[in-house]
Design a protein around this ligand. Structure first.
Ligand code: VGL
Ligand code: ZN
Length: 367
């Protein structure tokens, strides 16, 4: 064992290659490999990975994806806290075994889904064209960016979401008269304009932004744009199908009462990482990414493959998602991330959160 436990191996990428090969090697030898890896980083051989020894491992594993990322040490301390079950500030061999099987595996061998949100005619060239919205952004340039990823990145799963509304949908300005408004609604139905917010007298009350009628089930406006590449084994998820509740996210409706089939689909396919792109950045893309994080997916927003409605809200969405643990990247970084070569420490934190939650559930006998 002495030969692998040398300080030189900890510098440069050699040790990482060793760890990578070990995690990917067959399960039968995995136990031994795990011990070897532990020894490699347990430089003082005291039988624990101290905080600094764990930091060395993380320095080998993680790469900065974004200039304004939090410092690695902050993220490493956070990960250690989540993985250090007995909270003694270091990782025992037993704790490391869990890291090896669950945490490092998610980090080095992610299972990745691209979720392409609402790249539909109405948002591009139809009744709710983004170019007519306050930010004045045209949505069309996202199409070649998404197609390029579909051609060149080995996603395990591809999902297309579609805004898919019935004619009497609650979000349509044209329908504001068919449901009573609550007295607290500042905007009254006779004066309502596109993008106004009203309050419908439902229980519970429904705050709703009014949009021009869009993405009506079966209409041209609801079709995916003809230039968007549709892969053979892709999945389609419809959302906003109930007349009475809007659904910006491809997971939950806006009241978080019901869900589409998306989370079940991704879980069944053992997806760990969700890449979100499409339209509109600050509405449906943002809500989908937020819910992906809530579900424990390591979540990446592919920024150059998104266009939005309102500049201030785009900025807010970006800030909030990053605060919640998502990583915001450009599409040219995605290939290496999906291949497990470009590893963001933020996503390591989400993997550690998942391990932490799973261990707690196991302990309380809830799984
Ligand atoms: C969307 C407004 C209304 C979207 C959907 O896809 O971002 N925006 N419905
Ligand atoms: Zn809609």
């Amino acid at each position: 064992m002495a030969d692998v436990r040398n300080v030189e191996a900890l510098q440069g990428r050699q040790s990482l290659q060793f760890v990578e090969n070990c995690v990917k090697s067959s399960a039968s030898s995995s136990r031994e490999k795990c011990e070897e890896c532990f020894s490699l980083y347990d430089v003082d051989s005291d039988g624990y990975l101290s905080r600094d020894e764990f930091l060395n491992l993380c320095k080998d594993v993680f790469v900065k994806c974004n200039e304004d990322e939090q410092s690695l040490t902050t993220l490493v301390d956070h990960m250690l806290k989540l993985l250090d079950t007995d909270q003694d500030g270091r990782l025992s061999k037993e704790e490391f075994k869990i890291c090896w099987c669950y945490w490092l595996k998610q980090v080095l061998e992610p299972v990745s889904a691209l979720v392409i949100v609402d790249v539909q005619n109405d948002f591009l060239e139809g009744s709710l064209s983004l170019s007519q919205c306050p930010a004045g952004q045209c949505g069309l340039p996202v199409i070649p960016v998404i197609n390029n990823m579909l051609d060149n990145v080995q996603f395990d799963v591809v999902v297309y979401s579609k805004d898919w509304h019935p004619k009497d949908h609650i979000s349509f300005l044209e329908n504001v008269n068919i449901r009573p408004l609550h007295p607290s609604s500042k905007v009254k139905s006779e004066e309502a304009k596109p993008f106004d917010t009203v309050v419908f007298d439902t229980s519970p009350l429904t705050e709703q932004v009014l949009w021009p009628a869009h993405c009506i089930q079966g209409s041209w406006g609801a079709e995916l744009h003809k230039n968007l590449k549709v892969v053979d084994n892709g999945y389609v998820v419809n959302k906003g199908t109930s007349p009475h509740v809007d659904s910006y996210s491809a997971f939950w409706d806006n009241n978080k009462l019901s869900q589409t089939e998306l989370v079940q689909l991704l879980s069944k396919l053992r997806v760990t990482d969700v890449y979100v792109c499409g339209l509109a950045y600050d509405i449906c893309v943002g809500f989908t990414a937020r819910h992906a994080i809530d579900h424990g997916f390591r979540t990446v927003l592919v920024e150059d493959a998104c266009r939005g409605v309102d500049l201030e809200n785009i900025e807010k969405t970006r800030f909030e998602l990053r605060k919640k643990g998502a990583v915001v990247v450009q599409s040219d970084q995605v290939g290496d991330m999906v291949d497990g070569k470009l590893r963001a420490a933020e996503l390591g934190v989400q993997a550690a959160v998942n391990v932490n939650v799973a261990l707690k559930l196991l302990k309380t006998g809830r799984v």
